[in-house]
Design a protein around this ligand. Structure first.
Ligand code: ADP
Ligand code: MG
Ligand code: ZN
Length: 188
């Protein structure tokens, strides 16, 4: 992403499996915007209760202040407070996150979204497909396969729970490459 618009807003997405550095990259971009003296507002869904309520935190312990969202539309209440909007764990929002992000971008805001594009079964996750359709810029990051060290594009659930949304960490998930992920399915 070398050229960005000067005459209007846009949507950029950072996607990939768990542990791939999405939150790390989101924080990096938002901190750089703060250094540029842009007003930044950061949101996360209330589903993600893993760490502190008022921060988004990456697995390597970088953090940045954020607002926990109960009602997706409430993000729009901050439209005039910020130039750059950061959203983490976008897959956990309901479908109205799509119109909220479009509205912000249409009003000249930069919207930076991080989220899992697929769940532990490899199926698309929540509103991510439509967000990816609407985004001007997409960065896909890989984790490191916990089994063989190759680039990992899959979040493998180690626990036996079957619901799509089970919030967890290395106790419940591991990043796997394609061949180790396929292998793990055959082992079941
Ligand atoms: P995400 O938001 O995509 O889950 P984070 O940005 O929170 O990822 O964390 C990325 C960090 O996680 C890496 O910098 C690294 O320190 C750590 N990490 C732990 N497990 C892995 C893994 N399997 N592959 C890559 N990084 C990992
Ligand atoms: Mg994250
Ligand atoms: Zn592997």
């Amino acid at each position: 992403m070398t050229l960005t618009p000067v005459n209007g807003g846009w949507i950029e997405i950072i996607c990939g499996p768990m542990f791939s550095g999405k939150t790390e990259e989101l924080i990096r971009r938002l901190v750089r915007a703060q250094i540029a003296k842009q007003r930044v507002a950061i949101f996360k869904p209330s589903t993600d209760n893993r760490y502190e309520e008022d921060f988004i935190v990456s697995h390597n312990q970088r953090k940045i202040q954020s607002i926990q969202v109960k009602k997706t539309q409430s993000i729009l209440d901050h439209k005039d407070d910020a130039d750059v909007f950061g959203i983490d764990e976008a897959q956990f929002f309901d479908d109205s996150i799509v119109s909220v992000c479009k509205d912000l971008a249409n009003c000249g805001r930069r919207v930076v979204i991080a989220g899992l594009e697929k769940d532990y079964l490899g199926k698309s996750f929540g509103p991510m497909p439509q967000l990816l359709v609407d985004a001007e810029y997409i960065t896909k990051v890989n984790a490191i396969c916990m089994s063989c060290g190759d680039p990992a594009n899959y979040s493998h659930r180690i626990s036996r729970e079957k619901k799509q949304v089970v919030v967890g960490e290395t106790d419940k998930y591991e990043a796997l490459c394609r061949s180790c992920y396929v292998q793990s399915k055959e082992d079941v």
